[in-house]
Design a protein around this ligand. Structure first.
Ligand code: FAD
Length: 396
């Protein structure tokens, strides 16, 4: 693989850099800056920043131009992500699933009316989305969903429960996976709906995570009315749409960019913390682990570039994205283990404790990183996908 950039790609990278330097909100990108921490503050900020990106022509980077995007190639998306993280720009995750999952899904499978209605407001951050997929008895086995949608005339009546729905409290809309046929084989009785979260009959209960923050929610549907025009694809044909959404969720073109940024921060941490007057950076055991983390970060970068090549060849993310998801989530967790170990007993302090290093950022990130091998499909599920769909091994 040739890692050198073409002249046009170099130019693109410079353009991204210059725009970010001119537009980054005050404080971002400086080590001492305290980012918003509470979900409501984060979401408010994320909407504002999404609008700024849109005004600058950087929202929906990979979306086609006809739908308001920039039509960037997968390689340009990767360069954008690298430059974006290098400069310390705000995380894009807090805007919810609209730009990364809902937009691409609608572009691929939506009607023209749906594209026209929903895509512009995703780009501007005016409407946030949540992902109503998991249920108490349908997570890894998503096709087992039981939330019932019954078509009466031109209206679906939806009843059931979703769980682990991130952003549900803040979202205006939800992509909802429902069961419309209980007799058919489970993958054939599923319908993919777009649901207005203000519809009567929806109850949202926050769930507090082990980080102490409540991003998650339980969402209950009690005879919620959804117009038929809000079906994506065919009634009972929703599984194809689900696969598209999940492929976008798993492949995310450049996870290495964030991990590289964190590697830089961990190296900086290693120079500031230590034991017996010696920085961790000078301790042979910590040095071994730092070197290992650096190597894994570079492997991840190689995998991300390979993934981008595959997407450019096939036009769509495929099951190979599972390799990237598996590797980045596990590399991330090992890095956070190291960040806490280097702090010695300070690593036990809570976020916000007066003596916590960096305000307890690493404790929070250690706990949050545990989720990485669960969301968007657990590591076991990614291994199954790699075995069956990438390597072509038989089912056990
Ligand atoms: C931070 C976070 C955010 C999330 N946000 C959302 C969201 O916004 N919307 C949403 O719908 N969901 C969301 N989820 C839910 C997530 O998609 C599920 O937790 C995940 O799919 C696993 O499902 P489960 O929790 O039901 O576990 P289960 O499927 O019950 O799995 C339990 C264990 O069994 C293992 N297992 C299951 N099946 C197999 C198999 N076939 N082979 C081998 N091992 C197996 C799993 O790997 C796991 O270790 C989120 C989860 C997290 C952690």
């Amino acid at each position: 693989m040739d890692f050198r950039l073409s002249r046009a790609e170099e130019h693109f990278r410079e353009e991204v850099h210059d725009w970010l330097v001119a537009n980054l909100p005050a404080g971002w990108g400086t080590p001492a800056f305290r980012k918003p921490e509470e979900p409501a503050d984060k979401v408010r900020f994320a909407r504002w920043w999404q609008r700024r990106l849109h005004e600058g022509g950087w929202a929906g980077l990979h979306w086609p131009r006809e739908y308001g995007g920039r039509g960037a190639s997968p390689m340009e998306q990767l360069l954008f992500a690298e430059e974006y993280t290098r400069i310390g720009a705000p995380s894009m995750i807090d805007i919810g699933v609209g730009p990364a999952l809902v937009g691409p899904t609608l572009i691929h499978h939506g009607t023209e009316a749906q594209k026209h209605r929903f895509l512009p407001k995703i780009l501007t951050g005016e409407e946030m989305w949540c992902q109503g997929f998991s249920e108490p008895n349908a997570g890894s086995d998503l096709a087992a969903v039981h939330t019932r949608a019954e078509l009466r005339g031109d209206t679906f009546h939806v009843s059931g429960q979703k769980i682990w729905t991130s952003y549900a409290r803040f979202a205006e809309w939800c992509i909802l996976v429902t069961r419309t046929d209980f007799q058919a084989p489970k993958h054939r009785g599923i319908t993919f709906l777009l649901v207005d979260m203000k519809t009567p009959g929806i109850t949202i209960r926050p769930l507090v995570e082990m980080t102490g923050v409540a991003w998650f929610n339980e969402v209950f549907f009690d005879d919620v009315r959804v117009p038929r025009e809000n079906v994506v694809g065919e009634v009972n044909g929703g599984w194809t749409i689900v696969i598209t959404t999940l492929a976008h969720e798993r492949s995310g073109s450049a996870p290495h960019a964030r991990i590289q940024g964190e590697m830089r921060d961990i190296l900086d941490l290693a120079r500031r913390v230590g034991r017996d007057g010696q920085p961790a950076a000078a301790d042979p055991r910590a040095r071994q682990r730092l070197a290992q983390s650096f190597i894994e970060t570079e492997i991840l970068r190689g995998l991300a570039y390979k993934n981008v090549s595959e997407i450019m060849r096939n036009g769509q993310p495929g099951p190979e994205g599972s390799c990237l998801k598996l590797v980045w989530s596990e590399v991330d967790q090992r890095m956070k283990d190291l960040a806490l170990d280097m702090q010695g007993p300070y690593g036990d302090l809570e976020r916000g404790a007066p003596r916590a290093i960096d305000g307890g950022r690493w404790q929070y990130e250690y706990l949050w990183s545990r989720a990485a091998s669960i969301y968007a499909g657990t590591s076991e599920v990614q291994r199954n996908i790699i075995a069956q769909r990438v390597l072509g091994l038989p089912r056990a």
